[in-house]
Write a new protein. Structure first.
Length: 278
């Protein structure tokens, strides 16, 4: 069953510079679905429209980005709605509680002059109608223990944590209310391979035990090979291929998908890589 159904979606960056109108077709006529309890990988080079698509799926659209047409339909727990036409009060309720987001760059998630505990309190209090501070403490501490994170991070400022610990804390914040669907934008970027492995294992654990749906955006095909059920490949704002992970890596149907897969380093391969010409 499809939890998320995208219908004929187009979103452009529209600017006017010195009286000249310019359109950048970041997302162009996309139609696809994300099934309940699956991990969908979204692949493609930088600038292909991956992060812009995520903004639309989260209703985080601000000028110069505009949605020209299409629908973003969610269906779960007897709820059925088009996110792009949802009223502001209802949108505020589903965001983070039902539809959550792990942003690119964990440093931008937390206020640099507030301890991390305060950010957790803000998120919980926005959706849980209670003034009992002990309940905040228990919910936060239980979730961090469940994910194997030390409680000391709550009394830390963001800059006091390593990149990997800060990223895992960001994932904890995004999942503390047990959302139905999680969007992760480059969750392993700028992390070394050991820390990447820990982040991927944490995402797998959350998916397995909370039975949620995930959309993982990254240009790193190795991450998709490790975590995704299906992979959607984007190029120049369009979908060029959607297929099961196994089929994509063994018998991909589009030349661009093959280029992405062949870009992965291979042990013992000393051949010179060819430049991609357009």
């Amino acid at each position: 069953m499809a939890l998320l159904q995208i219908e004929d979606l187009s979103a452009y960056y529209i600017t006017h510079v010195f009286g000249v109108k310019r359109d950048v077709k970041a997302v162009d006529n996309l139609t696809f679905s994300v099934e309940e309890n699956e991990i969908m990988g979204l692949a493609g080079e930088s600038g292909c429209g991956k992060s812009t698509l995520l903004k639309v799926l989260l209703a985080m659209v601000k000028p110069p980005l505009r949605v020209l047409k299409g629908e973003v339909n969610y269906s779960y727990n007897d709820k059925n709605f088009n996110l792009l036409t949802l009223e502001k009060d209802k949108l505020r309720k589903v965001q983070w509680e039902d539809i959550s987001y792990i942003p690119q760059g964990s440093m931008s998630t937390f206020n640099p002059v507030r301890k991390i505990r305060k950010t957790f309190e803000d998120v919980i209090s926005a959706h849980k109608k209670t003034e009992d501070k002990k309940e905040f403490e228990k919910l936060t501490e239980d979730h961090l223990k469940y994910l194997g994170l030390p409680l000391e991070v709550l009394n830390s400022y963001p800059h006091q944590l390593s990149g990997g610990m800060r990223q895992r804390t960001t994932i904890a914040l995004a999942t503390i209310l047990k959302p139905k669907i999680i969007f992760a934008d480059e969750p392993t970027t700028a992390l070394d391979v050991v820390v990447q492995r820990g982040v991927i294992q944490m995402l797998k654990q959350l998916h397995r035990e909370q039975e949620n749906t995930m959309v993982i955006v990254t240009h790193d095909m190795a991450v998709h090979a490790n975590i995704a059920d299906r992979v959607m490949v984007m190029y120049a704002g369009k979908i060029v291929e959607i297929s099961k992970k196994e089929k994509l890596f063994t018998n991909s149907s589009h030349p661009y998908s093959k280029f992405l897969i062949n870009s992965l380093p291979k042990i013992g391969d000393r051949s010179q890589k060819k430049k991609c010409t357009r």
